[in-house]
Design a protein around this ligand. Structure first.
Ligand code: FAD
Length: 309
């Protein structure tokens, strides 16, 4: 058994999504080789080599691989696929873009967003917005898998794997990189934050959202999330949305403020270790999954909390 793990990185830094995907890969069992494909990606390759459980790191550097374009990256993975039984990656925007293409090119089914490894060919994954867990067995000779990393702890960094440089595959030339518009923030990134404070429709405006949620986030060193209702109303930017059609998070602490607890929101945060809900309606469904519930007006409770912090 050999497993090829597609690393998530920005050339300089390996994302912790890779260390979490590695935990899933080691549960499948077999030699794990990490593929770091990029341009000037030596540093990310060295970080991958330190993860314990990795037996080899393959670093492919080429201008065509600089921006995680699905087409050249999938061509590279397919060119390596003959040596592997399993190809695995995090269910991030890169993994979700590249691995279905790999599965299609290999003519196998993809197993998406696994949350548990039952055996080398059997996995658990959420369906119906997390309301049911499906156990799937893949009979394909090669498995192509994406991992919901919130369900796996990160592998530690006590390894020392060999690093091998490999060539890129021929670029199919189906896409080219034009540019990206990245949001810059001093706050922790939502999917890797240890603490998240989220606001809902109750905030009422973008100004109130900033005025009430952000000072508490600053005091806690927390990332900021939002319900879809808050995002749709323009109170919070799109990339803050938590839920079925937003980000899936599992921080140590999730504080939901003025969020009712619709299943589509819960699908994105219910695996958080400790959930705190502040809502003025004691019947709000969010209280059913909250570890600590405060029935209060958030416009009074949050400034008080900030003061206390
Ligand atoms: P509401 O449901 O309106 O709740 C507001 C809450 O604030 C209420 O419980 C109220 O009691 C409380 N409140 C009001 N004033 C105060 C106050 N002063 N102090 C304290 N509490 C107060 N939603 C997501 O969040 N993420 C998703 O990814 C997502 N994906 C979806 C996908 C699909 C296909 C569909 C159909 C829906 C999706 N939704 C998603 C929307 C979801 O169904 C809900 O509509 C949404 O989550 C509601 O947001 P909310 O809780 O902020 O608003």
């Amino acid at each position: 058994m050999a497993i090829l793990l597609l690393a998530d990185h920005d050339n300089a830094h390996l994302s912790d999504q890779t260390a979490k995907t590695l935990t899933a890969a080691t549960k499948i069992g077999g030699d794990v080789h990490v593929l770091v494909a990029g341009s000037g990606a030596k540093a990310a390759g060295e970080q991958a080599a330190k993860l314990s459980g990795v037996s080899k790191v393959l670093v492919a550097e080429d201008a065509s691989l600089a921006n995680n374009l699905a087409e050249p990256l999938a061509a590279l993975i397919v060119s390596l696929a003959g040596s592997y039984d399993t190809i695995i990656g995090a269910a991030t925007s890169v993994g979700k873009n590249v691995l279905p293409r790999v599965a299609a090119l290999l003519d196998v089914a993809q197993v998406s967003e696994i949350i548990e490894v039952v055996s080398s060919d059997t996995f658990k994954r959420p369906i119906y917005a997390g309301n049911a867990i499906q156990t799937v067995q893949s009979t394909d000779a090669k498995k192509v898998i994406t991992v919901r990393t919130a369900s796996f702890a990160a592998a530690d960094a006590s390894g020392n794997a060999a690093i091998e440089s490999i060539s890129a595959a021929a670029n199919p030339g189906l896409s080219s990189f034009v540019g990206d518009a990245l949001s810059s923030s001093d706050r922790p990134e939502l999917t890797s934050a240890k603490i998240i404070i989220s606001g809902g429709r109750a905030l009422g405006s973008a100004e109130k959202f900033r005025e009430v949620i952000l000072p508490v986030a600053d005091k806690l060193g927390a990332a900021v999330g939002a319900s879809r209702a808050a995002v749709d109303a323009g109170y919070a930017p799109n990339d803050w949305q938590v839920g079925q059609t937003g980000k899936v998070v599992a921080p140590q602490l999730y504080i939901a403020c003025g969020i009712s607890g619709a299943i589509q929101h819960l699908a994105g945060m219910k695996d958080s270790k400790v959930i705190v809900a502040i809502n003025k309606d004691e019947e709000a469904p969010i209280f059913q999954i909250a570890d600590y519930g405060l029935v209060a007006d958030l416009f009074e409770a949050l400034p008080e909390l900030e003061k206390a912090l």
